[in-house]
Design a protein around this ligand. Structure first.
Ligand code: HEC
Ligand code: HEC
Length: 183
């Protein structure tokens, strides 16, 4: 809420008062994401493995204890109830998300990210309701090796098999899914 004495700005400025993110600005939701995942991302921003001009300097200002505490805090917040208002269209995005493209050895995204992309366990973060522009940027980052490969390099393998139009379509589809799984 207030940032740190070393000058890290308050997370709420960009990630929302309840960690819900700010879709219009492409700032991702943090609420309800796995703590270990959040912590790994902060470390990756801090050591430069995950490149981002906004988050890297902020992460560098956090101590190991602060990284841990803020990750536990956001992991314990409930996922926001509603999607960010984007429209889910049938078509290419839904096809990739739900069926994959086995001819290209691409499994359905929901096989790992859970039904509607609500996230599964500690390793598979939610995609539902994240800003489309944020999701697109992550997939591009893996294609360009600007984000660490993550567990077993799974996402780098997935992202390499997606074309730019695939990335746009599947990102739009997940952005329109309810973050709380439609509860
Ligand atoms: C000035 C805006 C801004 C502030 C303040 C900010 N962030 Fe971020 N944050 C971003 C942006 C932009 C991204 C997306 C980076 C990317 O595309 O890789 C992001 C991404 C993240 C991610 C990765 C999420 C994911 O799903 O992988 C984490 C974790 C994170 N921020 C934590 C924090 C924490 C903790 C704080 C407070 C100490 C904070 N941020 C403050 C703008 C901000
Ligand atoms: C075989 C399992 C698997 C499949 C299939 C998969 N993912 Fe992932 N995905 C992961 C893992 C593991 C991570 C966490 C990576 C990390 O820790 O850096 C992840 C993370 C992501 C992220 C980053 C989320 C964030 O908050 O920054 C995006 C975006 C993403 N996946 C999109 C997709 C899309 C789109 C598809 C389908 C085309 C897909 N994934 C299919 C395993 C998978």
């Amino acid at each position: 809420m207030h940032g740190t004495a070393r000058g890290a700005p308050p997370c709420v400025v960009c990630h929302g008062a309840h960690g819900e993110g700010i879709a219009a600005s492409g700032f991702p939701r943090l609420a309800g994401l796995p703590a270990a995942y959040l912590r790994a991302q902060l470390s990756a921003f801090a050591d430069g493995q995950r490149e981002n001009a906004v988050m890297a300097p902020i992460a560098k200002l956090l101590s190991a204890d602060e990284e841990q505490a803020v990750s536990l805090y956001y992991a314990a917040l409930p996922a926001p109830e509603l999607a960010n208002g984007a429209a889910a269209s049938a078509g290419l995005g839904a096809l990739l998300a739900l069926d994959g493209r086995w001819s290209a050895k691409l499994p359905p995204c929901v096989a790992c990210h859970g039904p509607g992309g609500i996230g599964v366990g500690a390793s598979f973060p939610p995609l539902a309701g994240q800003p489309a522009s944020y999701l697109e940027a992550q997939l591009e980052a893996w294609r360009q090796v600007k984000r660490p490969p993550g567990p077993l390099g799974l996402m780098q393998a997935v992202a390499r098999r997606l074309s730019p139009s695939d990335i746009a379509a599947v990102s739009q589809w997940f952005a329109a899914q309810p973050a709380g799984g439609g509860r």
